[in-house]
Design a protein around this ligand. Structure first.
Ligand code: AMP
Ligand code: MN
Ligand code: MN
Ligand code: MN
Length: 282
């Protein structure tokens, strides 16, 4: 068995804030040794068709995915939906609604930055997103290119976050609504990057408990950013709450220092892999 996992269930294309087209992303995955992959763009499934065509050519098993924005107790939480029926009308409509929420929020962020003396942000992100979903990642690119910030971590300390210039959070759909939506589309709901919400352990566990009771099924145990201690923490949560475990690099582009596309460690062997949930049913 290779040192690295050949499975990656959290990635982004330029249909949201990733750099590569869905086709190029699949090619890269193949070159990086990936055999099973989910494309999980922010609040859109529009890249899946192109990705699927290329995945067939490159012998990759492509899992239909999406990373949905939700809110829980006034915090923004990302839920990955896996193995979805992408013809489900509720899912299609929810993505449309979320895209327009993202568009309106981008305008608001632009106005907030402009109040802080930073002009031209909305025009810039509109242009580079090419009509696809806009995220804070696009604003980060602007702030770095215009030399307002050094790098991503600088951006997400000094801008775009609570009490800093350019912060605006829309009213994302509630966690319960998004989990129901994923279930209606016959998918599996996964808590994305659980350790990146800056929550206390108690708060995180109350999120997980509610997620589980609403029908959430899995948690990301391996992501690009994780240290060994974080993997252990997430593993323990998975076991305690009877959740399956997922693995995903959250690949956006090659410049991310935490980019581990094709270089993620294997899931700990004492956990239930999330893909067993769809392999059992097929
Ligand atoms: P949004 O869903 O629009 O709030 O934007 C979230 C996106 O911003 C994430 O998917 C990342 O692409 C990016 N992002 C958020 N926090 C960070 C961070 N600390 N470093 C780098 N990128 C980040
Ligand atoms: Mn992103
Ligand atoms: Mn995310
Ligand atoms: Mn992501």
């Amino acid at each position: 068995m290779s040192e690295y996992s050949t499975i990656d269930l959290h990635t982004h294309s330029n249909k949201s804030d990733g750099q590569l087209t869905p086709k190029d992303l699949i090619n890269k995955a193949s070159n990086n040794g990936i055999k099973m992959m989910a494309l999980t763009d922010h609040d859109t499934i529009s890249g899946l068709e192109d990705a699927k065509k290329e995945a067939i050519k490159r012998h990759i098993k492509l899992i239909n995915g999406v990373e949905l924005s939700t809110q829980w107790q006034n915090r923004s939480i990302h839920i990955v939906g896996l193995n979805l029926n992408i013809n489900n009308l509720d899912l299609i409509n929810a993505c449309k609604k979320l895209s327009s929420l993202r568009q309106d929020r981008a305008k608001k962020i632009g106005q907030k930055l402009s109040k802080a003396g930073i002009e031209g942000a909305f025009e810039y992100v509109k242009k580079i997103s090419g009509g696809e979903n806009i995220t804070r990642h696009h604003f980060a690119k602007f702030l770095i290119e215009k030399k307002y910030a050094k790098n991503n971590s600088d951006v997400f300390k000094r801008f775009l976050v609570k009490n800093k210039p350019g912060y605006y959070s829309p009213k994302w759909p509630e966690l319960s609504e998004i989990i129901n939506l994923i279930k209606k589309a016959k998918g599996i709901a996964v808590i994305a990057h659980p350790l990146r919400y800056n929550m206390t352990a108690t708060k995180l566990e109350s999120l997980i408990e509610e997620f589980k009771s609403l029908g959430g099924a899995a948690i990301e145990v391996i992501t690009s950013h994780d240290q060994k201690s974080e993997i252990l923490l997430a593993s323990n949560i998975a076991k305690k709450y009877g959740l399956s475990a997922s693995i995903g690099s959250d690949f956006h582009n090659e410049n991310n220092t935490w980019n581990k596309f094709g270089k993620l460690p294997h899931l700990p062997s004492d956990l239930k892999p999330v893909w067993h949930l769809w392999e059992e049913n097929s």
